[in-house]
Design a protein around this ligand. Sequence first.
Ligand SMILES: [Zn+2]
Length: 422
Amino acid sequence: MKDELERLVRIPSVAGPDVFLSAKMTAELFEEAGAAEVEIASVPGGAPAVIATFPGPVGKPTVLLYAHHDVQPAGDGWDSPPFEPVERDGRLYGRGTADDKGGIVVHLAALRAFDGKPPVGVTVFVEGEEETGSPTLAAFLDRYRDRLAADVVVLADGDNWDVGQPALTVGLRGVVDCVVELRTLATNVHSGSFGGVAPDALTAMVRLLASLHDDEGLVTIGGTGGRTDVVIPEERFRAESGMLDGVRTIGRGSVADRLWNQVALTVLAIDSPKVDEAANALQASARAKISVRVPPGFVFDDVFSALHKHIMDHIPWGAHVTIERGESAQPYALETTGVAYDAAREAFETAWEVPPVEIGSGGSLPMVAAFAEAFPDAAVLITGVADPRSNPHAPNESVDLGDLDKACLAETLLLSELARRT
Ligand SMILES: [Zn+2]
């Protein structure tokens, strides 16, 4: 499947006409694979998506195979041109190799394995706007509900545990951000004339932000949701995150629980004068953007309310405050029992020769909640071709070609297993 992946990666489908070109190539690939019907479709304001239908034998379930054909902008720092795929040491480098054109070719391989006549009904849905937050996905699922309805949904946009070790993502943290503004003075004033008596808003903000973690780095509005038995060795985490020598991890509990099952809070940005341009003045106002990751099991609005209350309770020196809630995505825990998960576990273990690790995800995939809402009775599986070296959204994105083959085989076996078990 390397050739097809290379052809897709050569289209820089970040935005505009290139996204239409990648939709067109995707549609052609599934047409060649024997689809009964292929359509490039969108709803007003949305990017082109591809729907390809492969009817199955009567009485067999229908499986929806999802991926996306749009990619992140290239950015700087690549060792080879981002849209010219290059193979090095068994990996294929290029923007979209892992996220998520690799997902497209996995679906393609599974359908080719059955000569376009899979043992279950298959609908392929390849979205074109995932990297911009899927703004019209809910409307699209609503408009094309009958075409996309399925018993099992396979979202091939997740991560594997390691090279040679598959994973099924079973929980996702949600995210909410907010902007806090503090004001202490009518305007900036001279620090020599007023400093020591009048508080400045920047110092007030620093004190407020400091109150959001305890000395160990535990989030003061935090808490723990579920538990996982998966062990992420601290050395692996340190290497992957690029933590500097001597810098300690924050929080309490296992690395996996801190990543997947606990509230995490990050100060994303502060508006303040640049150091090089600093004047001897008390700042009248300061703004900060705070992001909170919310694990499954938490009531999303409760976490935001707790943050709101904490801020109101910890405003230093009577500063005036405004809090503006920003974008959010709900946390999500997948229901991992039933025929689809049994079939997937068996298919993955056969293809990879090791059982899949059931992982959480520190990040959110808003599309998961959208699919679950649109098709509440469907089993939702999150698979993928990325591994910890894949660098999605960063320079030198890549996919392991051996793992890509295994993912293709695993999905083929999954369709067979689903047919056999139903
Ligand atoms: Zn993706």
